[in-house]
Write a protein that binds this ligand. Structure first.
Ligand code: 1CP
Length: 344
């Protein structure tokens, strides 16, 4: 018997559906009571990510509840910095903290094989999830983009205005470039390991692409992403890759054209009609419902979902949010959104 199609994967391969496939960033996590229960079983968040049994279960929870078209590997973009020896801590209520890297040498302490081996529980999670997913569900592996991971490495924490990293890019450009190069190489191998373990598609999160000057966007986001995608392809990976340069604004256009990504994630602020005009007509897009719409729900949420669907009806489109599901989101609104997207 023929396998049922993976709608999400087919969309990345260029297919257009009347009702787009759907998944949501942070679909696993704190808005789900079953996640909170599971989370309590691990010593800390890193242990949780490095436990294939817990991470597999967290990946599958939103699939069981919502029957999403895509499952995203449960892990974190900061694991790679922990593997590099930056001692990543997730402090309750304060977000991630780590030992800041003062130069590229701080990120170059261990041989690549050792780093990749440290992250091997992640590949084990990918292969366990893959064996338990229905054949029509697409499994998405991911990593942080070089710039976003560099921001965490330099600042030593999240939620900043990124000025230390942006200033370093101006004042110490050679060292910043060396940091990005180390991250390109490590991340390429990390993504390849996820692809080899069974990921159907890959996503590169550039969560801190916002607020960069045009020349900085080119140098810190577009060029390193282009290098990363090229390196992943050189390693033999054929899976489609979604790039998500959050906050790129009009620089989405050169990002989409020059990085080599298969499709792009759209943040909430991007005007959908502009996106449709600016990007090549065959390029898949994913996004951009405001996550807060899922808290408020109601007819206004339904209407906005239909507007986004309609704007992208003539191109490959994966329905998603402009950023992650927030902890306050009522489950009933996520259920409702999925129904509206599928016109059920
Ligand atoms: O249990 C908890 O309280 C931890 C909350 C949490 C979760 C559920 C963190 C800490 N990470 C994750 C999982 C995660 N992170 C996933 C898989 C789950 C899913 O999406 O369903 C993914 C894809 C990520 C990626 C990630 N981590 C990004 C990129 C996406 C984005 O949100 O822009 C970023 C920036 C991170 C760093 C991070 N990890 C955790 C937090 C709270 C943050 C952001 C901190 C900051 O503001 O800097």
């Amino acid at each position: 018997m023929a396998q049922p199609e993976k709608k999400l994967l087919e969309t990345l391969n260029g297919k257009i559906y009347e009702h787009p496939p759907v998944w949501m960033m942070r679909q696993a996590g704190r808005h789900l009571p079953e996640y909170l229960e599971l989370r309590g079983r691990a010593k800390d968040f890193l242990d949780f990510c490095y436990s294939p049994s817990l991470a597999t279960e967290a990946t599958l929870q939103p699939i069981r509840r919502y029957n999403m078209d895509g499952a995203i590997l449960f892990a974190d973009i900061l694991l790679i910095l922990d593997a590099m020896g930056r001692n990543v801590r997730f402090v309750k209520g304060e977000g991630p903290q780590l030992d800041p890297a003062s130069s590229a040498a701080d990120l170059d302490k261990f041989p690549l094989e050792k780093l990749l081996d440290r992250m091997s529980p992640v590949y084990e999670t990918v292969s366990r999830v893959k064996s338990q997913l229905a054949p029509e569900t697409t499994l998405i592996g991911f990593a942080g983009a070089p710039w976003t991971v560099a921001v965490y490495a330099i600042e030593g924490k999240g939620g900043t205005d990124k000025s230390a990293a942006r200033l370093k890019a101006y004042q110490d450009p050679e060292d910043l470039d060396a940091i990005l190069d180390i991250l390109v190489e490590t991340t390429a191998h990390y993504l390849k390991a996820q692809a080899d373990a069974g990921a159907d598609a890959l996503m590169v999160f550039d969560s801190w692409a916002e607020g960069l000057a045009e020349d900085s966007m080119d140098r810190l986001v577009i060029k390193p992403t282009q290098k990363l995608i090229q390196r992943v392809r050189d390693l033999g990976v054929t899976q489609p890759i979604i790039g998500f340069p959050r906050g790129s604004g009009a620089m989405l256009e050169p990002y989409a054209k020059h990085t080599g990504v298969t499709g792009v994630g759209l943040d909430t602020a991007l005007p959908v009609k502009w996106v449709h005009e600016a990007l090549p007509k065959s390029m898949p897009v994913q996004g951009n419902l405001d996550p807060l719409r899922l808290i408020s729900g109601g007819d206004a949420m339904d209407a906005r979902i239909r507007e986004i669907k309609s704007a992208f009806k003539d191109r490959p489109h994966i329905f998603n949010l402009g950023h992650g599901v927030t902890p306050q989101t009522p489950i009933s609104n996520v259920e409702r959104a999925v129904k509206v997207i599928r016109e059920e």
